[in-house]
Design a protein around this ligand. Structure first.
Ligand code: SF4
Ligand code: MG
Length: 325
């Protein structure tokens, strides 16, 4: 189980540390299968991005272990860590912010190759041109600069940069959230094509359940640093077990009027509580319409009431398979 706690504030007037600790990710256990897309959903600030960065070893966990391709990578350093990093890449939400405006597209996409020891020249230019082609951009883009492209095209450049090292695992952190809906669909389709062609595994992070629906095989729902439900996509959308997931699904605008009357309507009351001082017991208890006394006292464990469907809620009987992911 991975945790990431950020201690805050440093020393106070008397030289003692402030007690504030941001529990961005708290004992999260996740398994991502080779070749699958795991959607990771939750309101902003729930720890999704922190979890994505933990998995990539871009930040260090407070405790817990990371297994990648069967190998423990939690404490790798130096050359061994660099080698693993080749295989794990990230696509960011804001391609414009993530791309250096003073670098030509060729240099932006070639940079990971150079960092990993390639010598820039005709060979890397050819490799970059072929990557551009795979993401649907013409070779003449090589000598242009990021500002000359639209948001969707810039995201294609970001994807080309992430994939130039032929990684196995890619975290897409709100990779389409800033784009118009029609462009979102194009980028999602592109990511799916590339997944098939290159054998990629994705963690696809979004705050919106409608965005991950098309691309995910399974979906994990996070609330205040905890994963509260994980299941196959159809189970998450058709038979969500956690009251928070039910509320998120009710919040997705239905595309057909017929859908609007279907399903449970659960309103989430109140604002998301602070991760600095998360509620006791079940963290969702301050907003849950089904809250019971036990919910304020006891943290509900992640259980598996239906094979492959994991949920952490006292309403759900733990019995059948009861093992956490
Ligand atoms: Fe609601 Fe209790 Fe379940 Fe938490 S454990 S989601 S408060 S019913
Ligand atoms: Mg984020």
């Amino acid at each position: 189980a991975l945790s990431k706690h950020f201690p805050l504030g440093g020393k106070n007037f008397f030289g003692r540390r402030h007690g504030a600790v941001l529990r961005a990710v708290d004992e999260v256990s996740l398994r991502i299968m080779p070749g699958e897309t795991l959607g990771l959903v939750g309101e902003s600030g729930c720890g999704k991005s922190t979890l994505g960065r933990l998995l990539l070893r871009l930040i260090e966990p407070t405790d817990g272990n990371l297994i990648f391709n069967g190998a423990e990578i939690t404490r790798l350093k130096g050359a061994a860590l660099r080698e693993v990093r080749r295989s794990m890449q990230i696509v960011f939400q804001d391609p414009y912010g993530a791309l250096n405006p003073r670098m030509a597209v060729e240099d932006i996409i070639a940079e990971p190759l150079i960092i990993h020891g390639a010598r820039q020249g005709p060979g890397t230019r050819k490799q970059v041109a072929s990557m551009l082609d795979r993401v649907g951009l013409p070779a003449r883009a090589l000598d242009r600069f990021p500002h000359e492209f639209s948001g969707g095209q810039r995201q294609r450049i970001g994807i080309a940069r992430a994939l130039i090292l032929s990684p196995r695992f890619v975290v897409c952190d709100e990779a389409v959230s800033a784009l118009d809906v029609s462009v979102q669909a194009q980028i999602v389709n592109l990511l799916q094509d590339l997944q098939r062609e290159m054998g990629l595994t994705y963690l696809f992070i979004a705050h919106d359940l409608s965005v991950v629906r098309h691309i995910s095989d399974r979906v994990a729902v996070m609330y205040l640093g905890k994963v509260v439900e994980v299941a196959q996509k159809h189970a998450i959308y058709a038979a969500p077990l956690h009251p928070y997931t039910q509320a998120l699904i009710a919040a997705v605008p239905a595309s057909h009027p017929a859908d609007r009357s279907r399903g449970k309507r659960v309103r989430i009351a109140g604002d998301i509580p602070s991760a600095f001082n998360p509620p006791s017991g079940c963290r969702f208890h301050t907003r849950c319409p089904y809250v019971m006394p036990v919910c304020r006292e006891v943290v509900p464990p992640l259980v598996e009431p239906v094979p492959g469907h994991h949920v952490a809620c006292h309403l759900i009987d733990a019995s059948p398979a009861g093992a956490p992911t």
